[in-house]
Ligand binder design. Structure first.
Ligand code: NAD
Length: 414
């Protein structure tokens, strides 16, 4: 049978629901997305040909507020994956106490083979196709894999043209010049390490003795490394899709980024030795941050992971089987719906600013973010201790309970 990310997400929901007092009917509502859109989008290519692309928008649940979630452009995009990620977004926004539900979208395409003008036409036509189902109070998309602030600028402009007035609240992670929030770029990476710092304190580590390995040196990985270095922690290894680098004395994240911008990869960076991505995950470090892709820690390598703490920058980097092994071995895992929620949290701040047309400075945004991440971390930690369960189980239970209660309070109409 083919592996289904969505089945895995449903299993996780069922597992958490077992310990919660959730009615069967409400659990049935939570298991299924509220709406699934599949759109076939004709796009005029630069050479005059017409190509048809398939796009998705899955809206999982909006009991706590408008649907919220990213849009990815990737050749492997499929309904199963988008469904699973939409459900994950419902739990993430609920856990963070944001007035949003969960959604995810995507277009099956290879953006590496599309010109900027083709990408613009594809984005605008996709926005047109889903226009009736998005909006500042309905569903608010954001960027994800291979989409960025330019994609969001095109979406906001297209939607606004269609409704006849500028509506910056329809998407988040827009460019700052057109109503994006300061601090959105660094938000996810900063959040990942703010919660890791709390875990290090709980386990009694001093900053000077902490070593860190980070897989993935994109938006999340770089900003995680930047802040850790700034706070005096030693980042000894980082990697990207071409491989990794290691220096036991510590790396300078800004210099590594300059090297990557110059050469296209972190590998062959001066004052470091090259290692593989597999070796990076098994290094003798205090903190490990997988910040690249899903399913990198599996039952095959979970026993070789030596880190004491893992903060999940990526979504679902640890398979359920590996999670069980790490738990048994006493590794402190900070789950994705908590660890990487900094991005959607600042997206919420952006949405509030967009609706009010009142802009905050970067310090205010990042202060609010840090406080929220610390508060939520301790909420989850306290619950996990009280119930003697893992941080992941605690985070899921807190989030699912909030959504279930909202559905029950609102009732099923008619
Ligand atoms: P990005 O595209 O900026 O960076 C991804 C990095 O991972 C790149 O350095 C790439 O070279 C590397 N990479 C790709 N495949 C790899 C592999 N097989 N092994 C090692 N490295 C590999 O993406 P990002 O925005 O930093 O997102 C990274 C992860 O974090 C994704 O799983 C994403 O869904 C998740 N995430 C991102 C945000 C956000 O706000 N950016 C929020 C929540 C979750």
């Amino acid at each position: 049978m083919e592996f289904s990310l969505y089945d895995m997400a449903v299993k996780q929901l069922e597992k958490a629901a077992k310990y919660l007092d959730i009615e069967t009917g409400i659990l049935e509502i939570l298991k299924k997305p509220k709406r699934e859109l599949i759109v076939n989008i004709p796009v005029k290519m630069d050479n005059g040909e017409i190509k048809v692309f398939t796009g998705y928008r899955v809206q999982h649940n909006d009991a706590l507020g408008p649907f919220k979630g990213g849009i990815r452009y990737h050749p492997t995009v499929n309904l199963d994956e988008i469904r699973a990620l939409a459900m994950l977004m419902t739990w993430k926004t609920a856990l963070m106490g944001l007035p949003f539900g969960g959604a995810k979208g995507g277009i099956k395409c290879n953006p590496k083979f599309l010109s900027k003008s083709e990408l613009e036409r594809l984005t605008r036509r996709y926005t047109y196709a889903i226009r009736e189902y998005i909006g500042p109070n309905i569903d608010i998309p954001a960027p994800d894999v291979y989409t960025d602030e330019q994609t969001m600028a095109w979406m906001a402009d297209t939607y606004s043209k269609l409704v006849g007035a500028w509506r910056p609240g329809v998407v988040t992670a827009k460019p700052v010049q057109i109503g994006g929030s300061h601090g959105r770029i660094e938000a996810t990476g900063l959040g990942v390490v703010v919660v890791a710092r709390e875990a290090l304190k709980i386990l009694g580590f001093k900053a000077s003795e902490v070593t860190v390995a980070i897989q993935g040196y994109g938006n999340v990985g770089y900003w995680a490394a930047y802040y850790l270095h700034k706070w005096g922690f030693k980042v000894v290894a980082v990697s990207d899709s071409k491989g990794g680098i290691f220096n036991p004395e510590g790396l300078n994240p800004i210099k590594v980024k300059e090297h990557k911008s110059r050469t296209g990869s972190v590998i062959n960076c001066p004052k470091a030795i090259n290692i593989s991505n597999e070796e990076l995950l098994e290094l003798e470090v205090t903190l490990l941050i997988p910040a690249a892709v899903e399913n990198v820690i599996t039952e095959k390598n979970a026993n070789n992971v030596k880190a004491k703490i893992i903060s999940e920058g990526a979504n679902a980097p640890i398979t359920p089987e590996a999670d069980r092994i790490l738990n048994e071995r006493g590794v402190f895992v900070i789950p994705d719906i908590l660890a990487n929620a900094g991005g959607v949290t600042v997206s919420y701040y952006e949405w509030v600013q967009s609706l009010q047309r009142y802009w905050w400075d970067k310090e205010e945004v990042l202060d609010k973010l840090e406080n929220k991440m610390i508060k939520t971390f301790h909420e989850v930690y306290k619950f996990s201790k009280e119930r003697k369960i893992s941080m992941r189980e605690a985070a899921y239970m807190l989030a699912i309970d909030r959504v279930a209660k909202a559905i029950k309070l609102k009732g099923v109409w008619p």
